[in-house]
Design a binder for this molecule. Structure first.
Ligand code: GLN
Length: 514
């Protein structure tokens, strides 16, 4: 199926995935490609529009990322953002140089509303800037369509050729009307129809899966997380009992989570599939006994997971397809799509394919961003509590227990975490706060309970908000919520006599403790 596509040409900026997400929020499908992508490939994709991203380099220096000028002659509209705008000007005969005053942060920009890019945008609008260089002279044929006191060319355009350049970043939320500008670009300039919708994506995917699988046998590793759950339901709707889902309960899940997964995917749930739950708690605890080093723990949990899965797969025998819950950021970050350095190697079900006898991998969510996976999940009728489940690390509570893992400590952190979630939900903060959980510190301290001395564990509560998913701030939870949670935890959870609240943001801390 051919859908209309806008492509993001990645020059190494920080917000490239964000640009693609924003375009897709306008119902236009968008993919990220490296600036090293051959122009023939771009012609083949036949995009409705192209967006050049920002980047750390200076467009006028000889070794900076660049592109063949031929791209401006394809008749495809182009929007250059920051570095992308500077590069466009530089290549087409304008002047880019070090700015006398660098701009950083929210800046008021005066825009020309007669521009197609700025239709319905306020004449003075707040935009996010982050640049050291500036366009001192627009290229011939370009009209200046926005400026600031320190930036004579905050936007320029050659309407006839469909070329637009903006010095600011429309993709970040700090640019108040950035979404409108991107929407103006894809609709007013590129003439997109807006055919990227989750309901049709789901329908088309189900048809495509049926056609591909035929009467083949399919195996899926289910973690209970959002991605694997959505992938599994999509497969189940497409091929029903040809699908077998293996769910490994490693004993490091949140309280009741294993049963929740079973309620949805098991024999009493709404789907017609084969569900195998492996209760492997004891095996994992035995392997983890006395292991304190976080990386070791991660490795042991990952390896044991594969062993258990492999044993189950052997019982099932050869299958035709293996399902993976890969999503688009995994694809981009593993270096296939964009230019941003390889941040993580493929991490979803790392290493699984090698140990299972199968012919082909199916990745039904490979084109989707996380928020789109959630929408697809709702479209598929998956319960909200599953679809909006918070990010949960693969090694689970194994890395939310600092130091050695024991069954007893798992129970402590599960119970304390459940209380914390309950209180946050009761206070109506659950959608507002990005992520929240409890972690068991390795610290024991003296307390007093019922006139008796105790020597027990301290639990740490964490809650963070994040606006741009790269950084996070510690959430300002009302004191009474923390107070109520504290008294419930020390009363209801055995062996915890102290509750701490983590006030650190990211950076310098990470969200997880280990
Ligand atoms: N490196 C360029 C500058 O400093 C572009 C910065 C950017 O794309 N954010 O002006």
């Amino acid at each position: 199926m051919k859908r209309e596509t806008v492509i993001v040409l990645d020059f190494g900026g920080q917000y490239n995935q964000l640009i693609a997400r924003r375009v897709r929020e306008c119902n236009v499908y968008c993919e990220i490609y490296s600036y090293k992508t051959d122009i023939e490939k771009i012609k083949e994709i036949n995009p409705k529009g192209i967006i050049f991203t920002g980047g750390p380099n200076s467009a006028y220096l000889p070794d900076s990322p660049t592109y063949s000028k031929e791209i401006f002659e394809l008749g495809v509209p182009i929007l250059g953002i920051c570095y992308g705008s500077q590069l466009m000007m530089h290549l087409l005969g304008g002047t880019v140089e070090k700015a006398p005053v660098r701009e950083y942060g929210k800046i008021e920009v005066t825009v020309d509303n007669s521009s197609r890019l700025f239709t319905d945008v306020s004449p003075k609008t707040i935009c996010w800037m982050s640049h050291n260089d500036y366009i001192s002279k627009a290229a011939p044929g370009f009209k200046i369509s926005a400026y600031t006191p320190d930036c004579p060319v905050a936007a320029a355009e050659n309407e006839e050729k469909g070329l637009y350049a903006v010095q600011f970043h429309p993709e970040v939320l700090h640019t108040k009307e950035g979404k409108k500008m991107l929407s103006n670009f894809v609709y007013n300039v590129c003439g997109c129809a807006g055919d990227w919708k989750m309901d049709s994506f789901v329908d088309e995917s189900i048809k495509a899966i049926r056609a591909k699988v035929g009467d083949g046998k399919v195996l899926c590793a289910l973690s209970g997380g959002v991605d694997s759950s959505v992938a599994a339901v999509m497969m189940a709707k497409a091929i029903g009992s040809q699908l077998t889902c293996v769910f490994v309960d490693h004993g490091l899940l949140r309280k009741n989570e294993g049963d929740e997964v079973e309620a949805v995917f098991g024999p009493d749930g709404p789907y017609d599939l084969n569900f195998i739950r492996v209760n492997a708690q004891e095996r994992f605890y035995a392997k983890l006994k006395d292991v304190e080093e976080p990386e070791r723990k991660r490795k042991i949990i990952g390896e044991e997971f594969i062993r258990v899965f492999e044993e189950e797969a052997k019982k099932i025998g050869a299958v035709d397809f293996l399902v993976q819950g890969t999503i688009y950021p995994d694809v981009v970050e593993s270096g296939v799509g964009g230019e941003s350095t390889v941040i993580k190697s493929h991490h979803n079900v790392g290493g699984l394919p090698d140990c299972v006898d199968f012919k082909e991998i199916i990745e039904p969510l490979r084109d989707l961003f996380k928020d789109e996976v959630r929408k697809a999940g709702l479209e598929l009728g998956i319960p909200e509590y599953l679809v909006y489940r918070q990010p949960f690390p693969g090694p689970g509570l194994g890395i939310r227990i600092i130091g050695a893992v024991t069954a007893e400590k798992v129970k402590m952190v599960q119970d304390a975490d459940a209380i914390w979630r309950e209180e946050i939900a009761k206070a109506g903060l659950d959608r507002e706060i990005g992520q929240y959980f409890a972690a068991l510190t390795n610290m024991r301290s003296v307390g007093v309970m019922g006139d008796e001395r105790t020597y027990d564990y301290a639990i740490a509560l964490r809650a963070v908000t994040t606006t741009d998913f790269m950084t996070a701030e510690s959430a300002e939870i009302p004191w009474e919520v923390i107070g109520r949670t504290t008294s419930r935890i020390v009363n209801e959870v055995k062996h915890i006599n102290r509750v701490l609240y983590d006030c650190t943001g990211k950076p310098p801390a990470t969200i997880e403790f280990e």
